[in-house]
Design a binder for this molecule. Structure first.
Ligand code: 13P
Length: 220
């Protein structure tokens, strides 16, 4: 089980309060150094495909590695929705990050409109078509309708979708979208749910710790 906390554009808790936790932390850029210093497995929330260059506002894999950062999220739905991220740029970011030696959590998932139109599998097929299996690649299935809404995919829906994803790309798949301490056990009990990418609940130390403890009780 892999549990990752995505702090998004929130300052987040004191990294020292998470010391010893078996989890990945994805803080905003300004807190990467503090998370690394606290001994946490620290991932960025985004990474560019070029090692350096005139790309204002972006960050490269070598610059992250220099800081002790171990990996990066790529293609989060908020990047796709608000910042023009496409399947092509997700592929470029993922490939460059893996080649440079970063681990990657690549995010996929359908919007509410796509789900209502019955397009979930087509969307996932398209999003996954640009990615290739790699030992350091993990996927996160984050249905957009479940992010920050309090709506979670049922454990059965998560299982069914994760199995579909793995039939296309055989790597571990995390579930993301309103994962909380009280719904984590049901999700983690599913055979193809390999962990969670936690947003809101990762900002609260007690909630995040409870989710990590639930994951630790699942036999591997
Ligand atoms: P929430 O857990 O706040 O729904 O966010 C999920 C998410 O987007 C994690 O990357």
């Amino acid at each position: 089980m892999l549990i990752a906390g995505n702090w998004k554009m929130f300052r987040g808790p004191d990294p020292a309060s998470l010391a010893g936790l078996d989890a990945v932390i994805c803080p905003p850029f300004t807190r990467l150094r503090d998370c690394v210093a606290a001994g946490l497995t620290t991932y960025a929330q985004n990474v560019h495909w070029e090692p350096e260059g005139a790309y204002t506002g972006e960050i490269s894999a070598p610059l992250l590695l220099e800081l002790g950062v171990a990996g990066s999220l790529v293609g989060h739905s908020e990047r796709r929705q608000y910042f023009g991220e496409t399947d092509e740029t997700v592929a470029k970011r993922t490939r460059a990050a893996l080649d440079a030696g970063l681990r990657v959590i690549a995010c996929v998932g359908e919007t509410p409109e796509e789900r209502e139109r019955g397009e979930t599998e087509d969307v996932l097929r398209r999003q996954l078509s640009v990615l290739e299996p790699h030992d350091d690649l993990v996927l996160a299935y984050e249905p957009v309708w479940a992010i920050g809404t309090g709506l979670t995919a049922t454990p059965e829906t998560a299982q069914e979708t994760h199995a579909f994803i793995k039939s296309l790309l055989d790597v571990p798949v995390l579930y993301g979208g309103s994962v909380k301490a009280d719904n984590a056990a049901g999700l983690f009990a599913q055979a193809d749910v390999d962990g969670a990418l936690v947003g809101g609940a990762s900002l609260d130390v007690d909630s995040f710790r409870a989710i990590c403890e639930t994951a630790a009780r699942i036999p591997s």
